[in-house]
Write a protein that binds this ligand. Structure first.
Ligand SMILES: Nc1ncnc2c1ncn2[C@@H]1O[C@H](COP(=O)(O)OP(=O)(O)OP(=O)(O)O)[C@@H](O)[C@H]1O
Length: 386
């Protein structure tokens, strides 16, 4: 593995009984990258993150973090990773300072190192005015900041953040993303979220998972281009024409639409609702082309008056919807029978992976060591199962 690879998942599979939560997931995260880990509910994001942070073991495949195998070297992996689980296990009766001191003690940090480090963490996470407050009195947004701070206490080069902005209001979300952007300047981050605009703000690359499989992985631009399409919006005046031009009267919507449809590379033209001054259309064309000049020439040659023209790359949201539209695994914890082919594959793998069976079905068993985060993890699993 290249020293630049900070996280490497190789064919990770996780089954809960007959249900396959992860199916041969492979990806790499390089030093300094902030990667968005996207997927609908139940896609397998938390499962992947919990394997990478050594809270549960995989049924098959391997994973390495900072060069350490998550199965063979969990202690080393935990030193290299700061983890913010979906529901951070914070102790409400402690003040922020007491809690962070407690986390530092658990991590075996020297008091002087901790105090020095805290200056930076408090600044980066915006906690200066909250250190003396009890955690139970903090808003959701501030609790998440404390969650981020606890993940940074041991100064890990890698952060794994599981939906850090879920349950936050829009202002709190924006704040937490701002802190993540700041933290990401010096660290490698894997950030799971449902929120595509957050990924667009904080990440240059995304991995999209659906039904336990990776359906896209690459720079955001590349993922947007995956649809292979681009849109243009064109508006033509409905009442006026270009003075001195060939047109004697303003065009009808049908005329404009027919002319636009004839342009090379246009695959569809749809009329958009608009006010009564303009005919407005959305055109779809090929991603690698740019027909703005042709559109302009057409409108000029007709003598029509153009009010607006813009080219829009496909939105990440549209690509995400298209890639995950059949993902209906929202029934948390209930085994869902996959299609026949998958079932057959699963039973074939059962035979292949017999040596892993101790880790296979019960995640609870894997989560019994004494890390402070374990309570949350167990509780979380019970909720999922319950
Ligand atoms: N302990 C468990 N026992 C049985 N099934 C589980 C368990 N944990 C997770 N699952 C199932 O595995 C699938 C993947 O769950 P996971 O929590 O990884 O999804 P996710 O992408 O993180 O979703 P969300 O965004 O809702 O947290 C889901 O269908 C879930 O119900």
């Amino acid at each position: 593995m290249s020293t630049d690879v900070m996280i490497e998942a190789n064919g990770l599979t996780k089954r809960y009984g007959a249900f396959r939560a992860l199916d041969k997931v492979s990806f790499e995260v390089h030093r300094g990258e902030v990667v968005g880990f996207l997927g609908p509910n139940g896609a397998g994001k938390s499962t992947t993150m919990r394997i990478l942070t050594c809270f549960i073991s995989a049924t098959g495949g391997t994973a390495r973090v900072h060069g350490y195998d998550v199965f063979d070297d969990p202690l080393e992996v935990r030193k290299k990773i700061g983890y913010l689980p979906q529901r951070a296990p914070l102790y409400g009766e402690m003040s922020v300072w007491e809690y962070l001191t407690f986390v530092a003690d658990m991590r075996g940090l020297e008091t002087s190192t901790f105090k020095k480090r805290m200056k930076n963490i408090v600044e980066v996470c915006g906690l200066a005015t909250s250190l003396g407050k009890d955690i139970r009195d903090l808003s959701h947004g501030y609790r998440q900041r404390v969650g981020l701070a606890q993940a940074l206490v041991h100064d890990p080069p890698i952060l794994i953040l599981d939906e850090p902005t879920s349950d936050l209001d829009p202002n709190e979300k924006a704040e937490v993303i701002k802190y993540i952007q700041e933290i990401g300047k010096e660290r490698t981050i894997l950030l799971s979220t449902h929120n595509l605009s957050e990924v667009e703000q904080a990440c240059a690359r995304a991995i999209i998972v659906s039904k336990g499989r990776i359906v896209a992985d690459g720079p955001l631009e590349e993922i947007r281009a995956k649809s292979g399409r681009v849109r243009y919006v064109v508006q033509v005046h409905e009442k006026r024409v270009f003075e001195g031009g060939p047109a004697k009267k303003a065009p009808s919507a049908e005329e404009v639409q027919a002319a636009l449809e004839k342009l090379p590379g246009v695959t569809s033209v749809v009329e958009l609702p608009t006010d009564d001054r303009a005919h407005s259309f959305q055109l779809a064309g090929a991603q690698d082309g740019d027909i703005r000049a042709e559109i302009f020439q057409l409108i000029v040659s007709k003598g029509w008056l153009m009010l607006e023209m813009r080219r829009e790359a496909q939105k990440l949201e549209d690509v995400f919807k298209a890639l995950t539209k059949n993902d209906e695994r929202r029934d948390r914890g209930r085994p869902v029978v996959e299609d026949d082919e998958d079932e057959a594959e699963a039973s074939a793998e059962d035979e292949d992976e017999d040596e892993d069976t101790s880790a296979e079905d019960e995640s609870d068993e894997d989560e019994s060591d004494e890390d402070e985060d374990e309570d949350e993890s167990d509780e979380d699993d019970k909720k999922k199962k319950g």
